[in-house]
Design a protein around this ligand. Structure first.
Ligand SMILES: Nc1nc2c(ncn2[C@@H]2O[C@H](COP(=O)(O)OP(=O)(O)OP(=O)(O)O)[C@@H](O)[C@H]2O)c(=O)[nH]1
Ligand SMILES: [Mg+2]
Length: 181
Protein backbone atom coordinates (compact mmCIF):
# COMPACT_ATOMS: atom_id res chain seq x y z
CA UNK A 1 0.00 0.00 0.00
CA UNK A 2 1.45 3.38 -1.02
CA UNK A 3 0.38 6.26 1.21
CA UNK A 4 0.60 9.81 -0.06
CA UNK A 5 0.15 13.07 1.74
CA UNK A 6 -1.01 15.67 -0.74
CA UNK A 7 -1.64 19.25 0.33
CA UNK A 8 -4.15 21.57 -1.33
CA UNK A 9 -3.10 25.18 -0.86
CA UNK A 10 -4.05 28.50 -2.41
CA UNK A 11 -5.72 31.82 -1.69
CA UNK A 12 -9.08 32.02 0.18
CA UNK A 13 -12.18 31.13 -1.85
CA UNK A 14 -10.11 29.57 -4.64
CA UNK A 15 -12.22 26.41 -4.40
CA UNK A 16 -9.89 24.06 -2.49
CA UNK A 17 -12.60 22.62 -0.23
CA UNK A 18 -14.96 22.23 -3.18
CA UNK A 19 -12.28 20.30 -5.08
CA UNK A 20 -11.37 18.23 -2.00
CA UNK A 21 -15.01 17.26 -1.48
CA UNK A 22 -15.39 16.35 -5.13
CA UNK A 23 -12.21 14.28 -5.38
CA UNK A 24 -12.78 12.40 -2.13
CA UNK A 25 -16.51 12.00 -2.84
CA UNK A 26 -16.86 12.95 0.82
CA UNK A 27 -19.90 15.17 0.73
CA UNK A 28 -21.94 17.09 -1.80
CA UNK A 29 -19.67 19.64 -3.44
CA UNK A 30 -22.28 21.75 -5.20
CA UNK A 31 -24.44 24.61 -4.00
CA UNK A 32 -22.91 25.06 -0.68
CA UNK A 33 -22.43 28.34 1.03
CA UNK A 34 -18.83 29.51 1.34
CA UNK A 35 -17.45 28.63 4.74
CA UNK A 36 -13.73 29.35 5.18
CA UNK A 37 -11.83 26.26 6.26
CA UNK A 38 -10.66 26.72 9.85
CA UNK A 39 -6.98 25.71 9.66
CA UNK A 40 -7.02 22.41 7.84
CA UNK A 41 -9.29 19.47 7.04
CA UNK A 42 -7.85 16.04 6.31
CA UNK A 43 -9.63 13.63 3.96
CA UNK A 44 -8.50 10.06 3.37
CA UNK A 45 -9.50 7.98 0.36
CA UNK A 46 -8.20 5.42 -2.14
CA UNK A 47 -7.33 6.37 -5.69
CA UNK A 48 -7.20 4.40 -8.91
CA UNK A 49 -8.03 1.09 -7.23
CA UNK A 50 -4.30 0.60 -7.27
CA UNK A 51 -3.38 0.38 -3.66
CA UNK A 52 -2.78 4.08 -3.23
CA UNK A 53 -4.19 5.78 -0.18
CA UNK A 54 -4.33 9.54 -0.35
CA UNK A 55 -4.34 11.78 2.67
CA UNK A 56 -5.57 15.05 1.20
CA UNK A 57 -4.94 18.11 3.36
CA UNK A 58 -7.47 20.80 2.50
CA UNK A 59 -5.61 23.82 3.89
CA UNK A 60 -7.06 27.22 4.71
CA UNK A 61 -6.03 30.07 2.44
CA UNK A 62 -6.45 32.71 5.10
CA UNK A 63 -3.37 34.71 6.14
CA UNK A 64 -4.08 34.14 9.81
CA UNK A 65 -3.12 30.47 9.36
CA UNK A 66 0.18 31.17 7.66
CA UNK A 67 2.02 30.10 10.80
CA UNK A 68 0.68 26.59 10.04
CA UNK A 69 2.33 26.38 6.61
CA UNK A 70 5.27 24.32 7.92
CA UNK A 71 2.77 21.90 9.50
CA UNK A 72 0.89 21.56 6.21
CA UNK A 73 4.17 20.83 4.48
CA UNK A 74 5.51 18.37 7.03
CA UNK A 75 6.04 14.99 5.30
CA UNK A 76 4.06 16.10 2.24
CA UNK A 77 4.70 14.08 -0.91
CA UNK A 78 2.98 16.50 -3.23
CA UNK A 79 1.49 19.98 -3.48
CA UNK A 80 -1.53 21.22 -5.40
CA UNK A 81 -1.89 25.00 -5.68
CA UNK A 82 -5.43 26.13 -6.53
CA UNK A 83 -6.26 29.64 -7.71
CA UNK A 84 -9.06 31.47 -9.47
CA UNK A 85 -7.66 32.83 -12.77
CA UNK A 86 -10.29 35.59 -12.77
CA UNK A 87 -8.95 37.02 -9.53
CA UNK A 88 -5.84 39.20 -9.94
CA UNK A 89 -5.09 39.00 -6.20
CA UNK A 90 -4.87 35.23 -6.52
CA UNK A 91 -2.43 35.50 -9.42
CA UNK A 92 -0.25 37.88 -7.39
CA UNK A 93 -0.20 35.37 -4.51
CA UNK A 94 1.10 32.51 -6.66
CA UNK A 95 4.80 33.41 -6.53
CA UNK A 96 4.78 33.49 -2.74
CA UNK A 97 2.94 30.16 -2.56
CA UNK A 98 5.21 28.41 -5.04
CA UNK A 99 8.26 29.84 -3.31
CA UNK A 100 7.25 28.39 0.05
CA UNK A 101 5.53 25.15 -0.97
CA UNK A 102 7.73 24.14 -3.91
CA UNK A 103 11.01 26.05 -4.24
CA UNK A 104 12.01 26.06 -0.56
CA UNK A 105 10.29 22.82 0.32
CA UNK A 106 12.23 20.49 -1.96
CA UNK A 107 8.98 18.90 -3.09
CA UNK A 108 10.06 17.93 -6.62
CA UNK A 109 8.52 20.03 -9.40
CA UNK A 110 7.05 16.81 -10.80
CA UNK A 111 5.05 16.44 -7.58
CA UNK A 112 3.47 19.86 -7.90
CA UNK A 113 0.30 20.73 -9.76
CA UNK A 114 -1.20 24.14 -10.48
CA UNK A 115 -5.00 24.19 -10.79
CA UNK A 116 -6.83 27.16 -12.31
CA UNK A 117 -10.32 26.79 -10.87
CA UNK A 118 -12.66 28.65 -13.24
CA UNK A 119 -15.92 29.12 -11.40
CA UNK A 120 -17.58 30.63 -14.47
CA UNK A 121 -17.30 27.99 -17.20
CA UNK A 122 -18.44 30.45 -19.89
CA UNK A 123 -15.47 32.70 -19.25
CA UNK A 124 -12.13 31.21 -20.17
CA UNK A 125 -9.36 33.68 -19.28
CA UNK A 126 -6.08 33.12 -21.06
CA UNK A 127 -3.45 31.64 -18.75
CA UNK A 128 -1.16 34.14 -17.00
CA UNK A 129 2.36 34.46 -18.35
CA UNK A 130 4.18 32.48 -15.70
CA UNK A 131 7.94 32.41 -15.24
CA UNK A 132 10.33 30.24 -13.25
CA UNK A 133 8.87 27.51 -11.07
CA UNK A 134 5.26 28.28 -11.92
CA UNK A 135 6.01 27.90 -15.63
CA UNK A 136 7.73 24.57 -15.05
CA UNK A 137 4.96 22.70 -13.27
CA UNK A 138 1.88 21.05 -14.75
CA UNK A 139 -1.00 23.51 -15.07
CA UNK A 140 -4.59 22.31 -15.48
CA UNK A 141 -7.92 24.07 -15.73
CA UNK A 142 -10.75 22.82 -13.56
CA UNK A 143 -14.40 23.34 -12.96
CA UNK A 144 -15.91 20.72 -10.71
CA UNK A 145 -19.47 21.46 -11.74
CA UNK A 146 -19.03 21.68 -15.50
CA UNK A 147 -16.05 19.46 -16.10
CA UNK A 148 -15.45 17.29 -13.07
CA UNK A 149 -14.36 14.28 -15.13
CA UNK A 150 -11.36 16.16 -16.49
CA UNK A 151 -10.33 17.27 -13.01
CA UNK A 152 -10.68 13.74 -11.67
CA UNK A 153 -8.64 12.18 -14.48
CA UNK A 154 -5.91 14.86 -14.10
CA UNK A 155 -5.79 14.15 -10.37
CA UNK A 156 -5.59 10.39 -10.90
CA UNK A 157 -2.76 10.78 -13.40
CA UNK A 158 -0.95 13.04 -10.93
CA UNK A 159 -1.36 10.50 -8.10
CA UNK A 160 -0.15 7.66 -10.34
CA UNK A 161 3.00 9.54 -11.30
CA UNK A 162 3.78 10.37 -7.67
CA UNK A 163 3.17 6.85 -6.38
CA UNK A 164 5.29 5.39 -9.22
CA UNK A 165 8.10 7.78 -8.29
CA UNK A 166 7.69 7.07 -4.60
CA UNK A 167 8.09 3.34 -5.04
CA UNK A 168 11.55 4.03 -6.49
CA UNK A 169 12.81 5.82 -3.39
CA UNK A 170 12.79 5.29 0.32
CA UNK A 171 9.33 6.03 1.68
CA UNK A 172 10.85 7.69 4.70
CA UNK A 173 12.37 10.57 2.77
CA UNK A 174 9.38 12.73 3.65
CA UNK A 175 11.57 14.88 5.86
CA UNK A 176 13.05 16.30 2.69
CA UNK A 177 9.85 18.25 2.16
CA UNK A 178 10.55 20.46 5.16
CA UNK A 179 11.03 24.11 4.23
CA UNK A 180 14.58 25.41 4.22
CA UNK A 181 14.73 28.23 6.75
N1 LIG B 1 -19.91 27.78 -9.49
C1 LIG B 1 -18.80 27.33 -8.90
N2 LIG B 1 -18.56 27.70 -7.63
C2 LIG B 1 -17.45 27.23 -7.06
C3 LIG B 1 -16.53 26.37 -7.75
N3 LIG B 1 -15.50 26.07 -6.90
C4 LIG B 1 -15.78 26.73 -5.75
N4 LIG B 1 -16.94 27.41 -5.84
C5 LIG B 1 -17.58 28.25 -4.79
O1 LIG B 1 -16.60 29.17 -4.29
C6 LIG B 1 -16.75 29.35 -2.87
C7 LIG B 1 -15.46 29.09 -2.16
O2 LIG B 1 -15.10 27.74 -2.32
P1 LIG B 1 -14.26 26.92 -1.23
O3 LIG B 1 -14.02 25.60 -1.89
O4 LIG B 1 -14.93 26.91 0.09
O5 LIG B 1 -12.94 27.81 -1.15
P2 LIG B 1 -11.56 27.49 -0.37
O6 LIG B 1 -10.44 27.65 -1.36
O7 LIG B 1 -11.65 26.18 0.32
O8 LIG B 1 -11.49 28.69 0.68
P3 LIG B 1 -10.71 28.74 2.12
O9 LIG B 1 -11.11 27.54 2.90
O10 LIG B 1 -11.19 30.02 2.76
O11 LIG B 1 -9.24 28.82 1.85
C8 LIG B 1 -17.90 28.38 -2.45
O12 LIG B 1 -19.09 29.13 -2.33
C9 LIG B 1 -17.99 27.40 -3.60
O13 LIG B 1 -19.29 26.88 -3.76
C10 LIG B 1 -16.81 26.02 -9.10
O14 LIG B 1 -16.06 25.30 -9.77
N5 LIG B 1 -17.97 26.53 -9.62
MG1 LIG C 1 -11.63 25.69 2.28
Amino acid sequence: MVKLKIILVGPPEAGKSTIANFLSEAIDYTNYEYRPTPGVRILEFDVNHRNTEVELWDCSGEDKYESLWPVFLWNANAVIIVYNPENSNHIMELDRLSDHFIVKSMVPHTNALLVANCKDPTHKPSPPDFHGTLASITHVHANVVENGDLLKSSFEKFVTSISDGKSLINDDLGFLSLPIQ
